[in-house]
Design a binder for this molecule. Structure first.
Ligand code: CO8
Length: 257
């Protein structure tokens, strides 16, 4: 597939998707979302890819859904087409995804970052859910994922007023894993992604699935789920290799078997 709104490349076992609508601050339109879904499909089907990095430009990760495209939408059209549901493809990605966020991550941009597994923020990153200022509200999980990430009080203030967070606040509130200088963002994201991609794919995917289960289940159910996956990993060659390598004081070489 040819891409007009994103750039797609690979670097070893890391797949990189760069949102690329610079004139619109990477506003998310339907075409971009379709392309993002296709790129994710490609990386998920590619056994050579172990981790995905999603990023934007230095000025904007994404300044939200494309307001100009949404402006004329009617309720029947959004309902019948189930507007936004298909945009959640990213949240169904089974391989680990790192959002490398610089500049604006607003509205749908913040929501897309929150669909990723790790958010690494540049020091100029700004996170917000300003939909209320447009007479709407978060529509791609913002009211849910933000609340789980930073708690009710802070999520309420952000979603009810549209106030944006600095990178430092987002770090302090637990929305992002770390803040790095802008100039180091992409390298640092690639370093983390390279580390994950060099590990056993099955154990990375099961770890992601198990952490995400914490948001969907009771503690007892989540722990049972974790235990089953943990036990299943003893059926893999990678478990034998990882533990043999430790015992032999050498580094492990995983084959994803
Ligand atoms: N949609 C469409 N175009 C946009 C958007 C957007 N969200 N954001 C910026 N642009 C365009 C501007 O219209 C402008 O285009 P032009 O040059 O043709 O006028 C260009 O990008 C540059 O923007 P500005 O001139 O405004 O740049 P500034 O540096 O002055 O301001 C801001 C930057 C503060 C980011 C400002 O552009 C802004 O407030 N943008 C809108 C932010 C916003 O409200 N986002 C939420 C949108 S609603 C939403 O996301 C609903 C989510 C639904 C689910 C989505 C699932 C993924």
């Amino acid at each position: 597939m040819a891409y007009d709104n994103i750039l797609v490349e690979t670097n070893g076992r890391v797949g990189v998707i760069t949102l690329n609508r610079p004139k619109a601050l990477n506003a998310l339109n339907a075409a971009l979302i379709t392309e993002l879904g296709a790129a994710l499909d490609g990386f998920e089907q590619d056994a050579g890819i172990g981790c995905i990095v999603l990023t934007g430009s230095d000025r904007a990760f994404a300044a939200g859904a494309d307001i100009k495209e949404m402006q004329a939408l009617s309720f029947p059209a959004t309902y019948v087409d189930d507007f936004i549901t298909s945009w959640e493809r990213l949240s169904r990605c089974r391989k680990p995804v790192i959002a490398a966020v610089a500049g604006y991550a607003l509205g749908g941009g913040c929501e897309i970052a929150m669909m990723c597994d790790i958010i690494l923020a540049a020091d100029n990153a700004r996170f917000g859910q300003p939909e209320i200022q447009l007479g709407i509200m978060p529509g791609a999980g913002g009211s849910q994922r933000l609340t789980r990430a930073i708690g009710k009080a802070k999520a309420m203030e952000m979603t009810l007023t549209g106030r944006t967070l600095t990178a430092e606040e987002a770090d302090r509130y637990g929305l992002v894993s770390r803040v790095v200088p802008l100039a180091e963002l992409k390298d640092e994201a690639m370093k983390i992604a390279g580390t994950i991609a060099g590990l056993s794919l099955a154990s990375a995917m099961m770890t992601k699935e198990s952490v995400n289960r914490a948001f969907e289940s009771s503690l007892a159910e989540g722990i049972r789920f974790e235990r089953r996956l943990f036990q299943a990993l003893f059926a893999t060659a990678d478990q034998k290799e990882g533990m043999a390598a430790f015992a032999a004081k050498r580094s492990a070489s995983f084959t994803n078997n």
